[in-house]
Design a binder for this molecule. Sequence first.
Ligand code: NAD
Length: 492
Amino acid sequence: MATTSATATLEINYINGAWLPGSSSTVTEIINPANQQSLAQIALSEEADTTRAIEAAEAAFPQWRTTPPQDRIQHMFKFRQLLLEHADEIARTTTQENGKTFAEARAELQRGIENVEVSCGMPILMQGYNLEDVARGIDEMMIRQPLGVTAAITPFNFPSMIPLWFLPYALTTGNTFILKPSERVPLTAKFIFELLEQTGLPKGVANLVVGAKPAVDTLLHHPSVRAISFVGSTPVARYIYGEGSMHGKRVQCQGGAKNYVVVMPDADMETTAKIVSDSAFGCAGQRCLAVSVALTVADSVKTFNEALLSIASKIKTGNGLEEGTTMGPVITQQSKQRILGLVEEGLNRGGDVLLDGRKYEGEGNFIAPTVISNIDASNPLMGSEIFGPVLTVNESQTLDEAIQVLSKSAYGNSAAIFTTSGAAARKFRYEVPTGNIGVNIGVAAPMAYFPFSGWRDSFMGVMHGQGKDAVEFYTDKKVVIERWPKEWSRKF
Ligand code: NAD
């Protein structure tokens, strides 16, 4: 992404059923991170564009709210079909603007589609409950109602999946919705909205606004926005959680991460190393569930390291659309420099480089897999989110020690253990303070019908994204107590 003064811009926003460019006078280029080619020129949205989207969503709400859930889900059935029919084109767009491989882009879309599928159960999922005779002749019921205008602000690393953690649930519960995707990857969102438009949704029910801080601040401050979902880095999550809550909104914020994996000596080392390598270097390490530190317990270090280095050194870094590429570039040149800077800073404090991917040449933002070992607990590589293809391997003598080390992290997104011992696995599941746990799983990503959890600095809020939590997030509970004495009724 870069800003220039060129003029022709793409109609990137979808507001009240119409495609429009943003109103910024500066033009932003969307750059392919694999070759620095310009994919599109867009004008970002300002306060006025975002306000127009909020007003459109507000105007559409009364009609959409009264549309029966059974009718609302018909749009999602059509949407699912269209997403499947165009899956390869969407994935290609994602690879071009994000850099991940085509297979990774196709896989993330599939996880997004699963959320569309779950939302089709809304006529059952959003039912309340009731009880007759809470006192003699008095009945009580809880009904769920949509909130009104809702919005999601999403990051660059999963351009198709993360918007779909929110959009299907918001719409099928009867809310209207505004997506503010990452301004670094807006083309996937545009593609998805073009398909959504084909489902015949009424104008204003779903809106797309591509922008940066001015668009986000308008959503945070506008009184008509009732709920905001956010996924991105922890500092921005903290800002959005604070500001949104202060303005009376329901807010859920998924933040950054630092994920540990514990390798026990009884683990199957070949399989473990393969899965850990996929987790650390898949999507060039730009996954919020990517393993960043491997803690080898007791004598597992030697066999694990040998197997890991053998697998990681065979990863083929390159353009994600080219046959044979198994890892793409990182998102921007700035991101590459930030990652290299963090590695440099860490190595200045000690550590051995077991695999060095820092010297990767080429016009894209490439870093090849990098493995570092023997750093101490205070080294920034142990605590900071790197968000790039860098794995640190450190030794612990016991499982207790490994759990102690990973429990010091400020983050709590995910942790995993590799073992053949049920007792070790249970202890890990029981004691580790992260929201998602993997047992012999490298990327512990919850399925669409489970909440995408996250603790500590990785999550702010109460209800998570996906599944039943999403239904809870997008509805308000109303409790009704009724008395209808028969002597008040006319006799028939
Ligand atoms: P980011 O925080 O830079 O941006 C996320 C969104 O916030 C974007 O839409 C962006 O436009 C907006 N934004 C950025 N700065 C802002 C500001 N100052 N004020 C208002 N809005 C602002 O994150 P990113 O670089 O796009 O994504 C990577 C981060 O997302 C990583 O930290 C990663 O761990 C995290 N992430 C977390 C999860 C999770 O489930 N916990 C999932 C995916 C990504």
